[in-house]
Design a protein around this ligand. Structure first.
Ligand code: NAD
Ligand code: PRE
Length: 378
Protein backbone atom coordinates (compact mmCIF):
# COMPACT_ATOMS: atom_id res chain seq x y z
CA UNK A 1 0.00 0.00 0.00
CA UNK A 2 1.39 3.37 -1.07
CA UNK A 3 2.22 5.91 1.65
CA UNK A 4 0.52 8.49 -0.55
CA UNK A 5 -2.50 6.73 -2.04
CA UNK A 6 -4.11 8.31 -5.09
CA UNK A 7 -7.69 9.32 -4.44
CA UNK A 8 -10.46 9.01 -7.05
CA UNK A 9 -13.68 10.99 -6.62
CA UNK A 10 -16.82 9.81 -8.41
CA UNK A 11 -18.98 12.95 -8.47
CA UNK A 12 -15.94 15.25 -8.25
CA UNK A 13 -17.73 18.41 -9.41
CA UNK A 14 -20.50 18.30 -6.80
CA UNK A 15 -20.51 20.22 -3.56
CA UNK A 16 -18.91 17.44 -1.48
CA UNK A 17 -16.70 16.32 -4.37
CA UNK A 18 -15.10 19.78 -4.50
CA UNK A 19 -14.74 19.90 -0.72
CA UNK A 20 -13.16 16.43 -0.61
CA UNK A 21 -10.67 17.33 -3.35
CA UNK A 22 -9.48 20.33 -1.31
CA UNK A 23 -9.37 18.22 1.83
CA UNK A 24 -7.34 15.35 0.36
CA UNK A 25 -4.97 17.64 -1.56
CA UNK A 26 -4.43 20.36 1.03
CA UNK A 27 -4.92 18.64 4.40
CA UNK A 28 -3.54 15.20 3.51
CA UNK A 29 -1.19 16.10 0.64
CA UNK A 30 -2.61 13.36 -1.59
CA UNK A 31 -3.05 13.35 -5.37
CA UNK A 32 -6.71 13.49 -6.41
CA UNK A 33 -8.36 12.50 -9.69
CA UNK A 34 -12.02 12.74 -10.42
CA UNK A 35 -14.84 11.92 -12.74
CA UNK A 36 -18.18 13.65 -13.11
CA UNK A 37 -20.56 13.79 -16.07
CA UNK A 38 -20.84 17.53 -15.29
CA UNK A 39 -17.41 18.76 -16.31
CA UNK A 40 -14.71 16.18 -15.47
CA UNK A 41 -14.60 13.42 -18.06
CA UNK A 42 -10.93 13.36 -19.10
CA UNK A 43 -10.50 9.90 -17.56
CA UNK A 44 -12.86 7.06 -18.43
CA UNK A 45 -14.30 5.09 -15.53
CA UNK A 46 -11.90 2.26 -16.31
CA UNK A 47 -8.91 4.66 -16.42
CA UNK A 48 -9.94 6.13 -13.08
CA UNK A 49 -10.16 2.62 -11.62
CA UNK A 50 -6.73 1.73 -13.03
CA UNK A 51 -5.13 4.86 -11.56
CA UNK A 52 -6.42 5.21 -8.02
CA UNK A 53 -5.91 3.45 -4.69
CA UNK A 54 -8.92 4.88 -2.87
CA UNK A 55 -12.22 5.49 -4.66
CA UNK A 56 -14.82 7.76 -3.03
CA UNK A 57 -18.40 7.83 -4.33
CA UNK A 58 -19.93 11.28 -3.79
CA UNK A 59 -22.75 11.15 -6.33
CA UNK A 60 -26.49 11.86 -5.85
CA UNK A 61 -28.20 9.50 -3.39
CA UNK A 62 -30.72 8.08 -5.82
CA UNK A 63 -28.12 7.24 -8.51
CA UNK A 64 -25.32 6.02 -6.23
CA UNK A 65 -26.14 2.28 -5.94
CA UNK A 66 -26.40 2.01 -9.76
CA UNK A 67 -23.24 4.10 -10.21
CA UNK A 68 -21.37 1.77 -7.83
CA UNK A 69 -22.71 -1.35 -9.60
CA UNK A 70 -21.49 0.13 -12.87
CA UNK A 71 -18.00 0.68 -11.41
CA UNK A 72 -17.97 -2.90 -10.11
CA UNK A 73 -18.71 -4.12 -13.66
CA UNK A 74 -16.01 -1.89 -15.12
CA UNK A 75 -13.43 -2.92 -12.54
CA UNK A 76 -13.44 -6.68 -13.30
CA UNK A 77 -11.21 -7.40 -10.32
CA UNK A 78 -8.58 -4.65 -10.70
CA UNK A 79 -10.09 -3.07 -7.59
CA UNK A 80 -8.63 -5.84 -5.40
CA UNK A 81 -6.30 -4.05 -2.98
CA UNK A 82 -8.19 -0.76 -3.25
CA UNK A 83 -10.34 0.93 -0.62
CA UNK A 84 -13.83 2.04 -1.68
CA UNK A 85 -15.66 4.66 0.33
CA UNK A 86 -18.92 6.51 -0.15
CA UNK A 87 -20.46 9.49 1.64
CA UNK A 88 -24.11 8.90 0.68
CA UNK A 89 -26.78 9.99 3.19
CA UNK A 90 -28.29 6.49 2.99
CA UNK A 91 -25.93 3.64 3.81
CA UNK A 92 -27.43 0.15 3.28
CA UNK A 93 -27.83 0.19 -0.52
CA UNK A 94 -24.47 1.85 -1.40
CA UNK A 95 -22.52 -0.32 1.06
CA UNK A 96 -24.20 -3.50 -0.28
CA UNK A 97 -23.34 -2.40 -3.83
CA UNK A 98 -19.68 -1.72 -2.89
CA UNK A 99 -19.44 -5.17 -1.25
CA UNK A 100 -19.99 -6.71 -4.71
CA UNK A 101 -16.53 -5.42 -5.56
CA UNK A 102 -13.34 -7.03 -4.30
CA UNK A 103 -12.17 -3.79 -2.68
CA UNK A 104 -12.15 -3.07 1.03
CA UNK A 105 -15.31 -1.14 1.83
CA UNK A 106 -16.28 1.57 4.33
CA UNK A 107 -19.45 3.67 4.18
CA UNK A 108 -19.27 7.20 5.58
CA UNK A 109 -21.86 9.86 6.28
CA UNK A 110 -20.75 13.34 7.37
CA UNK A 111 -23.65 14.88 9.27
CA UNK A 112 -23.55 18.30 7.66
CA UNK A 113 -23.44 19.92 4.26
CA UNK A 114 -19.89 20.41 2.97
CA UNK A 115 -18.61 23.00 5.46
CA UNK A 116 -16.83 26.28 4.73
CA UNK A 117 -14.06 25.09 7.02
CA UNK A 118 -11.20 22.84 5.92
CA UNK A 119 -12.18 19.95 8.18
CA UNK A 120 -15.34 18.45 9.70
CA UNK A 121 -14.42 19.60 13.20
CA UNK A 122 -17.47 19.71 15.47
CA UNK A 123 -19.57 17.63 13.09
CA UNK A 124 -20.52 14.00 13.52
CA UNK A 125 -19.58 11.46 10.86
CA UNK A 126 -21.04 7.96 10.77
CA UNK A 127 -18.51 5.26 9.85
CA UNK A 128 -19.83 1.89 8.59
CA UNK A 129 -16.90 -0.52 8.35
CA UNK A 130 -18.07 -3.26 6.02
CA UNK A 131 -14.82 -4.93 4.87
CA UNK A 132 -11.65 -3.46 6.25
CA UNK A 133 -8.22 -5.07 6.70
CA UNK A 134 -5.03 -3.61 5.24
CA UNK A 135 -6.52 -0.14 4.86
CA UNK A 136 -7.43 0.20 8.55
CA UNK A 137 -4.38 2.32 9.57
CA UNK A 138 -4.90 4.66 6.61
CA UNK A 139 -8.62 4.93 7.32
CA UNK A 140 -7.88 5.85 10.94
CA UNK A 141 -5.39 8.52 9.80
CA UNK A 142 -7.97 9.89 7.35
CA UNK A 143 -10.70 10.00 10.01
CA UNK A 144 -8.32 11.73 12.43
CA UNK A 145 -7.40 14.29 9.74
CA UNK A 146 -11.10 14.94 9.09
CA UNK A 147 -11.44 16.00 12.78
CA UNK A 148 -15.04 14.71 12.67
CA UNK A 149 -16.68 13.18 15.75
CA UNK A 150 -16.84 9.67 14.33
CA UNK A 151 -19.57 7.26 15.40
CA UNK A 152 -19.44 3.63 14.29
CA UNK A 153 -22.56 1.82 13.12
CA UNK A 154 -23.61 -0.82 10.66
CA UNK A 155 -25.40 0.40 7.57
CA UNK A 156 -28.84 -0.75 8.67
CA UNK A 157 -28.55 0.88 12.07
CA UNK A 158 -27.43 4.07 10.32
CA UNK A 159 -30.52 4.09 8.09
CA UNK A 160 -32.84 3.39 11.01
CA UNK A 161 -31.34 6.23 13.04
CA UNK A 162 -31.39 8.59 10.03
CA UNK A 163 -35.13 8.07 9.60
CA UNK A 164 -35.35 10.03 12.90
CA UNK A 165 -32.36 12.38 12.71
CA UNK A 166 -32.96 13.41 9.11
CA UNK A 167 -36.23 11.93 7.78
CA UNK A 168 -38.35 13.20 10.68
CA UNK A 169 -36.64 16.58 11.04
CA UNK A 170 -36.80 17.31 7.31
CA UNK A 171 -40.41 16.08 7.02
CA UNK A 172 -41.71 18.24 9.85
CA UNK A 173 -39.91 21.34 8.56
CA UNK A 174 -40.96 20.81 4.95
CA UNK A 175 -44.53 20.55 6.27
CA UNK A 176 -44.03 23.72 8.33
CA UNK A 177 -42.79 25.49 5.19
CA UNK A 178 -45.95 24.45 3.34
CA UNK A 179 -48.24 25.52 6.23
CA UNK A 180 -46.51 28.90 6.44
CA UNK A 181 -46.87 29.33 2.68
CA UNK A 182 -50.60 28.67 2.96
CA UNK A 183 -51.48 30.47 6.19
CA UNK A 184 -48.91 33.27 6.62
CA UNK A 185 -50.49 35.48 3.91
CA UNK A 186 -53.63 35.68 6.11
CA UNK A 187 -51.63 37.26 8.96
CA UNK A 188 -49.29 39.67 7.25
CA UNK A 189 -46.83 37.26 5.62
CA UNK A 190 -43.49 36.20 7.09
CA UNK A 191 -42.31 39.77 7.64
CA UNK A 192 -45.51 40.50 9.51
CA UNK A 193 -45.01 37.46 11.76
CA UNK A 194 -41.35 38.19 12.52
CA UNK A 195 -41.89 40.76 15.30
CA UNK A 196 -44.05 38.14 17.07
CA UNK A 197 -41.30 35.46 17.00
CA UNK A 198 -40.65 33.11 19.89
CA UNK A 199 -37.28 31.41 20.21
CA UNK A 200 -38.88 28.14 19.06
CA UNK A 201 -40.37 29.77 15.99
CA UNK A 202 -37.06 31.38 15.06
CA UNK A 203 -35.17 28.11 15.40
CA UNK A 204 -37.76 26.22 13.37
CA UNK A 205 -37.86 28.89 10.67
CA UNK A 206 -34.05 28.73 10.44
CA UNK A 207 -34.18 24.94 9.93
CA UNK A 208 -36.93 25.27 7.32
CA UNK A 209 -34.98 27.94 5.46
CA UNK A 210 -31.80 25.87 5.59
CA UNK A 211 -33.67 23.01 3.94
CA UNK A 212 -35.17 25.32 1.32
CA UNK A 213 -31.68 26.73 0.62
CA UNK A 214 -30.15 23.28 0.17
CA UNK A 215 -29.98 20.72 -2.61
CA UNK A 216 -33.61 19.67 -3.21
CA UNK A 217 -32.60 16.24 -4.55
CA UNK A 218 -30.98 15.37 -1.20
CA UNK A 219 -34.15 16.15 0.78
CA UNK A 220 -36.25 14.30 -1.76
CA UNK A 221 -33.99 11.23 -1.79
CA UNK A 222 -33.69 11.05 2.00
CA UNK A 223 -37.50 10.67 2.18
CA UNK A 224 -37.81 8.28 -0.74
CA UNK A 225 -34.68 6.08 -0.57
CA UNK A 226 -34.52 5.29 3.16
CA UNK A 227 -36.89 2.35 3.79
CA UNK A 228 -37.33 3.36 7.44
CA UNK A 229 -38.76 6.76 6.58
CA UNK A 230 -42.26 5.62 5.51
CA UNK A 231 -42.99 3.84 8.84
CA UNK A 232 -41.70 6.90 10.72
CA UNK A 233 -44.04 9.13 8.67
CA UNK A 234 -46.97 6.83 9.59
CA UNK A 235 -46.31 7.48 13.27
CA UNK A 236 -45.73 11.17 12.83
CA UNK A 237 -48.96 11.68 10.93
CA UNK A 238 -50.85 9.39 13.35
CA UNK A 239 -49.82 11.62 16.26
CA UNK A 240 -50.74 14.77 14.36
CA UNK A 241 -54.09 13.24 13.38
CA UNK A 242 -54.75 12.38 17.03
CA UNK A 243 -53.82 15.89 18.11
CA UNK A 244 -56.15 17.41 15.52
CA UNK A 245 -59.02 15.11 16.60
CA UNK A 246 -58.48 15.95 20.27
CA UNK A 247 -58.39 19.68 19.58
CA UNK A 248 -61.56 19.41 17.51
CA UNK A 249 -63.29 17.51 20.32
CA UNK A 250 -62.18 20.18 22.74
CA UNK A 251 -63.57 18.61 25.95
CA UNK A 252 -61.73 18.07 29.24
CA UNK A 253 -61.06 14.40 28.45
CA UNK A 254 -59.43 15.39 25.16
CA UNK A 255 -57.21 17.89 27.00
CA UNK A 256 -56.17 15.19 29.47
CA UNK A 257 -55.41 12.83 26.60
CA UNK A 258 -53.18 15.39 24.90
CA UNK A 259 -51.30 15.98 28.13
CA UNK A 260 -50.95 12.27 28.81
CA UNK A 261 -49.94 11.10 25.30
CA UNK A 262 -47.93 14.01 23.94
CA UNK A 263 -46.36 15.47 27.06
CA UNK A 264 -46.35 13.26 30.20
CA UNK A 265 -45.37 9.98 28.52
CA UNK A 266 -42.63 11.60 26.45
CA UNK A 267 -41.27 13.51 29.49
CA UNK A 268 -41.05 10.24 31.36
CA UNK A 269 -39.28 8.57 28.43
CA UNK A 270 -36.73 11.39 28.02
CA UNK A 271 -36.07 11.54 31.76
CA UNK A 272 -35.91 14.56 34.04
CA UNK A 273 -32.14 15.32 33.70
CA UNK A 274 -32.30 15.31 29.89
CA UNK A 275 -35.47 17.37 29.87
CA UNK A 276 -33.75 19.97 32.09
CA UNK A 277 -30.58 19.92 29.96
CA UNK A 278 -32.53 20.38 26.72
CA UNK A 279 -34.59 23.14 28.24
CA UNK A 280 -31.42 24.97 29.30
CA UNK A 281 -29.91 24.48 25.81
CA UNK A 282 -33.01 26.17 24.42
CA UNK A 283 -32.59 29.07 26.86
CA UNK A 284 -28.96 29.51 25.82
CA UNK A 285 -30.01 29.64 22.17
CA UNK A 286 -32.58 32.24 23.22
CA UNK A 287 -29.85 34.40 24.79
CA UNK A 288 -27.71 33.94 21.67
CA UNK A 289 -30.57 35.00 19.39
CA UNK A 290 -31.23 38.00 21.66
CA UNK A 291 -27.56 39.03 21.41
CA UNK A 292 -27.62 38.60 17.64
CA UNK A 293 -30.72 40.80 17.43
CA UNK A 294 -29.07 43.72 19.28
CA UNK A 295 -28.84 46.52 16.70
CA UNK A 296 -25.42 47.97 17.62
CA UNK A 297 -22.54 45.64 16.88
CA UNK A 298 -19.38 45.17 14.88
CA UNK A 299 -17.95 41.96 13.39
CA UNK A 300 -14.18 41.71 13.22
CA UNK A 301 -11.91 39.30 11.41
CA UNK A 302 -8.57 38.83 13.19
CA UNK A 303 -5.89 38.05 10.60
CA UNK A 304 -3.33 37.00 13.22
CA UNK A 305 -4.35 33.55 14.42
CA UNK A 306 -2.19 33.66 17.56
CA UNK A 307 -2.45 34.01 21.35
CA UNK A 308 -3.16 37.61 22.37
CA UNK A 309 -5.02 38.66 19.18
CA UNK A 310 -8.35 38.85 20.95
CA UNK A 311 -6.81 40.74 23.88
CA UNK A 312 -5.43 43.40 21.48
CA UNK A 313 -8.91 43.78 20.04
CA UNK A 314 -10.55 44.08 23.45
CA UNK A 315 -8.01 46.65 24.62
CA UNK A 316 -9.24 49.03 21.87
CA UNK A 317 -12.64 49.10 23.60
CA UNK A 318 -11.14 49.33 27.06
CA UNK A 319 -9.00 52.34 26.08
CA UNK A 320 -12.14 54.19 24.93
CA UNK A 321 -14.26 53.20 27.92
CA UNK A 322 -16.68 51.20 25.78
CA UNK A 323 -18.61 48.56 27.71
CA UNK A 324 -19.33 45.40 25.72
CA UNK A 325 -22.73 43.71 25.93
CA UNK A 326 -21.77 40.47 24.22
CA UNK A 327 -19.00 38.77 22.32
CA UNK A 328 -19.47 35.73 20.11
CA UNK A 329 -17.17 33.93 17.73
CA UNK A 330 -18.82 32.85 14.53
CA UNK A 331 -18.11 32.40 10.83
CA UNK A 332 -18.85 34.63 7.88
CA UNK A 333 -20.80 33.19 4.92
CA UNK A 334 -17.35 32.60 3.36
CA UNK A 335 -16.20 30.65 6.40
CA UNK A 336 -13.85 33.23 8.00
CA UNK A 337 -13.66 33.20 11.79
CA UNK A 338 -15.26 36.41 13.08
CA UNK A 339 -15.76 37.98 16.49
CA UNK A 340 -19.13 39.65 16.76
CA UNK A 341 -19.11 42.28 19.46
CA UNK A 342 -22.37 43.78 20.71
CA UNK A 343 -22.30 47.21 22.31
CA UNK A 344 -25.03 48.88 24.33
CA UNK A 345 -27.23 51.08 22.16
CA UNK A 346 -27.18 53.72 24.92
CA UNK A 347 -23.39 54.01 24.59
CA UNK A 348 -21.41 56.63 22.68
CA UNK A 349 -21.60 55.90 18.92
CA UNK A 350 -18.68 58.28 18.22
CA UNK A 351 -16.41 56.30 20.59
CA UNK A 352 -17.37 53.07 18.84
CA UNK A 353 -16.71 54.63 15.44
CA UNK A 354 -13.30 55.68 16.71
CA UNK A 355 -12.65 52.12 17.93
CA UNK A 356 -13.48 50.82 14.44
CA UNK A 357 -10.92 53.20 12.94
CA UNK A 358 -8.28 52.15 15.49
CA UNK A 359 -8.84 48.43 14.88
CA UNK A 360 -8.15 49.01 11.19
CA UNK A 361 -5.37 51.60 11.59
CA UNK A 362 -3.44 49.53 14.14
CA UNK A 363 -3.84 46.42 11.89
CA UNK A 364 -5.48 44.53 14.77
CA UNK A 365 -8.31 43.27 12.60
CA UNK A 366 -10.61 43.89 9.66
CA UNK A 367 -14.07 45.16 10.57
CA UNK A 368 -16.40 43.38 8.14
CA UNK A 369 -19.75 44.58 9.48
CA UNK A 370 -20.86 47.49 11.65
CA UNK A 371 -24.42 48.50 12.48
CA UNK A 372 -26.47 50.64 14.86
CA UNK A 373 -25.33 54.18 14.11
CA UNK A 374 -21.76 53.23 13.16
CA UNK A 375 -20.30 52.21 9.81
CA UNK A 376 -17.28 50.73 8.10
CA UNK A 377 -14.36 53.06 7.53
CA UNK A 378 -13.92 51.84 3.94
N1 NAD B 1 -24.83 18.17 0.73
C1 NAD B 1 -25.03 17.61 1.90
O1 NAD B 1 -25.66 18.18 2.79
C2 NAD B 1 -24.49 16.23 2.15
C3 NAD B 1 -24.12 15.87 3.45
C4 NAD B 1 -23.64 14.58 3.68
C5 NAD B 1 -23.55 13.68 2.64
N2 NAD B 1 -23.94 14.06 1.39
C6 NAD B 1 -23.91 13.08 0.32
O2 NAD B 1 -22.92 13.45 -0.61
C7 NAD B 1 -23.31 13.00 -1.90
C8 NAD B 1 -23.13 14.16 -2.86
O3 NAD B 1 -23.85 15.26 -2.39
P1 NAD B 1 -23.57 16.71 -2.94
O4 NAD B 1 -24.24 17.65 -2.03
O5 NAD B 1 -22.14 16.88 -3.26
O6 NAD B 1 -24.42 16.64 -4.30
P2 NAD B 1 -24.18 17.39 -5.67
O7 NAD B 1 -25.45 17.26 -6.44
O8 NAD B 1 -23.64 18.75 -5.41
O9 NAD B 1 -23.04 16.55 -6.37
C9 NAD B 1 -23.24 15.31 -6.96
C10 NAD B 1 -22.33 15.22 -8.16
O10 NAD B 1 -22.42 13.92 -8.69
C11 NAD B 1 -22.37 14.01 -10.09
N3 NAD B 1 -22.89 12.80 -10.72
C12 NAD B 1 -24.15 12.51 -11.10
N4 NAD B 1 -24.17 11.28 -11.68
C13 NAD B 1 -22.89 10.82 -11.67
C14 NAD B 1 -22.27 9.64 -12.16
N5 NAD B 1 -22.96 8.69 -12.79
N6 NAD B 1 -20.94 9.50 -12.00
C15 NAD B 1 -20.22 10.47 -11.38
N7 NAD B 1 -20.76 11.60 -10.91
C16 NAD B 1 -22.08 11.77 -11.06
C17 NAD B 1 -23.17 15.26 -10.40
O11 NAD B 1 -22.88 15.75 -11.70
C18 NAD B 1 -22.73 16.18 -9.30
O12 NAD B 1 -21.63 16.98 -9.69
C19 NAD B 1 -24.75 12.52 -1.79
O13 NAD B 1 -24.76 11.13 -1.81
C20 NAD B 1 -25.21 13.04 -0.47
O14 NAD B 1 -26.14 12.19 0.17
C21 NAD B 1 -24.36 15.32 1.11
O1 PRE C 1 -27.42 21.72 5.90
C1 PRE C 1 -26.73 21.09 6.67
O2 PRE C 1 -25.66 21.53 7.13
C2 PRE C 1 -27.11 19.72 7.02
O3 PRE C 1 -26.89 19.30 8.12
C3 PRE C 1 -27.65 18.93 5.92
C4 PRE C 1 -28.06 17.50 6.24
C5 PRE C 1 -29.17 17.46 7.29
O4 PRE C 1 -30.03 18.33 7.28
O5 PRE C 1 -29.24 16.49 8.05
C6 PRE C 1 -28.61 16.96 4.98
C7 PRE C 1 -28.12 15.89 4.33
C8 PRE C 1 -26.87 15.25 4.73
O6 PRE C 1 -26.98 13.88 4.67
C9 PRE C 1 -26.36 15.66 6.04
C10 PRE C 1 -26.88 16.70 6.71
Amino acid sequence: MSAKPRIGLVGSQGSYGRWLRRFFEQRMGLPVLGRDPCGEVALSERQLLETVDVLVFCAPIRQTPAVIRHYVEQATGIERGQLWLDITSIKAAPVAAMLHSQAEVVGLHPMSAAPKSATLRGRAMVVCEARLERWRPWLEAFLAASEADCVRADAEQHDRVMALVQGMVHATHMAQGAVLRELAPEVGDLDGIRPFSSVGYELDVAVTRRILAGNAAIYQDIQFENPYVAPMLERLTAHLDTLRDLVRRGDEAARDQLREQLLDQSREYVGQPSVAEGSYAFERLGYLLADLREPRFISVFLPLDQPGSLRSLLSVFEQRGINLDSIHSSRSAEGELLFRIGVSREGDAAALQDAISAIEAECIGRVVEAAGGVGLTR
